[in-house]
Design a protein around this ligand. Structure first.
Ligand SMILES: [Zn+2]
Length: 238
């Protein structure tokens, strides 16, 4: 019972028609979806679901289901029970998702501006953060902001690249250029490439060009433990 994950091929899709596959306590599953489920540090999407008779229900959050390519759409408490097989129209809270896409892509740049192992990360619409294994003294907010914004201003088209485990094995140089080791075993790996800047495995949603981020500011830099020095950013103009 898998869903076609439309956001993987086109992160800019805001609406889609779909059919209800399953209705459970934890959420509803659809044959296709534009809603990104919480994962890789990126918050799950919210938005609306409209029934054939025009009734609109709120999707408050989206989570991964029990298995690959399964997605649970969480409805607001007290929502009417949907019927398996009924057609619905989905619409994302686009402003929120677009902020997540811009911040998510900004973190890719941040991970290149700060050259240290990444030990954690999180993205919500208002702010995003990465944790690095680095000395706190090496993190300078003004420098990080300047370097990241220079990359944003210069602009670069992002590319999604799918690669098989076998292709990866044949190109050891590719792995060397990545800051994160790709997960193996699923047969193929999805990579995000920002030409000349970053290449790493990522299943999230990104803007088509880093210029769309507009600009970022550093909110906070603080220690969250020996191997976790946290850099928190927000969009300069949400
Ligand atoms: Zn990403």
């Amino acid at each position: 019972m898998t869903s076609a994950l439309l956001f993987r091929d086109d992160a800019y899709l805001r609406t889609a028609t779909a059919q209800v596959l399953a209705v459970g306590d934890r959420g509803i599953e659809l044959d296709r979806t534009v809603f990104y489920p919480l994962g890789g540090g990126q918050a799950g999407d919210s938005g609306t679901l409209t029934r054939a008779d025009g009734e609109r229900l709120s999707i408050t959050d989206t989570r991964k289901g029990e298995g690959p390519d399964r997605v649970l759409h969480l409805l607001a408490p007290g929502s009417p029970v949907l019927q398996v097989g009924e057609p619905v129209t989905l619409e994302l809270d686009w402003l929120r998702r677009y902020q997540l896409m811009r911040l998510h892509t900004a973190l890719h740049l941040l991970s290149c501006v700060i050259t240290a192992p990444v030990t954690g990360g999180n993205i919500v619409p208002e702010k995003a953060r990465l944790d690095f294994d680095i000395d706190l003294q090496q993190l300078n907010a003004a420098h990080i902001e300047r370097e990241t914004n220079a990359l944003i201003r210069a602009g670069a088209a992002t590319e999604t690249v799918w690669i098989t485990d076998a292709e990866l094995d044949q190109q050891p140089d590719l792995v060397k250029t990545m800051s994160v080791q790709p997960p193996r075993g699923a047969g193929r790996v999805r990579l995000l490439r920002i030409p000349g800047i970053d290449l790493q495995p990522c299943g999230g949603t990104h803007v088509a060009d880093v210029a769309e981020i507009g600009g970022v500011r550093v909110l906070k830099i603080r220690s969250e433990g020996k191997h976790n020095k946290r850099v928190e950013i927000a969009l300069a103009a949400p």
